[in-house]
Design a binder for this molecule. Structure first.
Ligand code: PMP
Length: 404
């Protein structure tokens, strides 16, 4: 049913070789490869539709506007939002989280308020909140994870209280692969009246998302981790939330009337989209979503779970290899260290075989330090990866472990 060989033919880059070996792309948590339909859609935009978005002035502007708004509708449907007006286009997760932290600083956060994060956050979901805390006098609290890398729900609940104004948590940890129980965590945060933000950078590629079922106020993701171009991402926000928030960046597109004395602002989502948007990337994101819907997100999750279980079983059998994090539910990512061999060296030896994995901090230093580490080796999977590729990785790792 899930024809991975036919899927692989959709991704031209998977045909290339590295050091004379077929490319094995296991760095999907950093960025994903693009199917031909996405590449073609971006080309078609530049070949036929390229224009800025001043609706009503000429045909190409009209077409570019329509294409962008169709992409917005696709993102809204993909996330289960109730309206396309709930989707703000941004450059990616980092920009989306910075946007939220900045506008919350202007409107929501007061001295002594608490911003609750988890120990497993990416720097993009830590640093913007530090800026917000510094600006407003709010305080950051951190919910710990256990030795498996799972959130300790009792501790999380204990940290929630009447001062908790914002809870911002990752859907899936990019360093350990932990799938957080975001529905449960959101419900708990809602009981104390907090505004809930989900960092979905690693969530959307691996799980079907429905923001209304999750119950969150905001959900942020990057297109490039979802088989779409770089430079585009989206922030879902509940309509009533966006409407209460002040603008972030100022410029064209986000205004109604401007005089030197006073400016009135457009309604959301435009209020939060100053300047020329990444139009070609937005239509590319729409094409990526169409492509994923064509395969089916549930089928993707089932296939990936089997593949990940297979790779994990192999990894556990390699002597000298220490798996970091054994979460109950895992999405996409495996993190490990090899006793006696630096992570970068492991990655370079894999690269010599054409196998791309990341070694480093994964922009998540606090969670690695929780495990007493500065870095790990991180293979990360997507639905176009195969058991044969997992075998190639495992075989090389076995060879490396024998050299210790
Ligand atoms: N959050 C998580 C969990 C991530 O994995 C990443 C990307 N590594 C980001 C945020 C930041 O995404 P981007 O670099 O696309 O803005």
């Amino acid at each position: 049913m899930f024809d991975v060989e036919s899927i692989r033919r959709d991704f031209p880059i998977l045909r290339r070789e590295v050091h004379g070996k077929p490319l094995v792309w296991l760095d999907n948590a950093a960025t994903t490869q693009k199917p031909q339909v996405v590449i073609d859609r971006v080309s078609r935009f530049y070949e036929h539709e390229n224009s800025n978005i001043h609706r009503g002035t000429h045909t190409l502007a009209e077409e570019a506007c329509d294409a962008c708004e169709r992409a917005r509708t696709k993102v809204a449907d993909f996330l289960g939002a109730s309206s396309m007006l709930e989707i703000v286009f941004v450059r990616g997760t980092t920009e989306g989280l910075n946007l939220l932290a900045a506008v919350f600083s202007e409107s929501l956060l007061r001295p002594g308020d608490e911003i609750l994060l988890t120990e497993a956050e990416h720097h993009a979901n830590i640093v913007p909140w530090q800026f917000a805390a510094k600006k407003t006098g709010a305080v950051i609290r951190v919910a710990p994870v256990d030795d498996n890398g799972d959130i300790i729900l009792e501790e999380y609940e204990r940290l929630l209280g009447s001062r908790t104004r914002v809870v911002s948590i990752t859907h899936i940890s990019n360093a350990l692969g932990t799938v957080m129980p975001i529905r449960e965590m959101t419900a708990m945060a809602k009981r104390v009246g907090a505004t809930v933000v989900i960092d979905g950078a690693q969530g959307v590629p691996h799980r079907r998302v429905n923001v209304q079922e999750i119950g969150c106020d905001f959900y942020v993701f990057s297109g490039h981790k979802l088989f779409a171009p770089m430079g585009i991402g989206a922030v879902y926000g509940r309509k009533e939330m966006w409407e209460q928030l002040p603008p972030w960046q100022g410029g064209g597109n986000m205004v109604q009337h401007v005089t030197f004395e006073k400016t009135t602002f457009a309604q959301p989502p435009k209020r939060f989209e100053a300047g020329t948007p990444a139009l070609s990337a937005a239509v590319g994101l729409g094409a990526a979503i169409d492509y994923l819907n064509g395969i089916g997100l549930d089928a993707i999750e089932r296939y990936e779970t089997r593949l990940l279980d297979y790779a994990l079983e192999g990894i556990r059998s390699i002597t000298g290899l220490r798996l970091i994090g054994q979460p109950r539910d895992r999405g996409g990512v495996i993190s490990f260290v090899m006793d006696g061999i630096p992570d970068l060296e492991v990655a370079r030896m894999l690269d010599a075989e054409g196998i791309a994995v990341r070694a480093g901090t994964h922009c998540a230093q606090p969670i690695l330090r929780r495990f007493g580490l500065e870095s790990t080796v991180r293979p990360s999977f997507a639905f176009y990866n195969t058991q044969t590729e997992a075998d190639a990785m495992l075989e090389t790792l076995r060879r490396i472990s024998l050299r210790r």
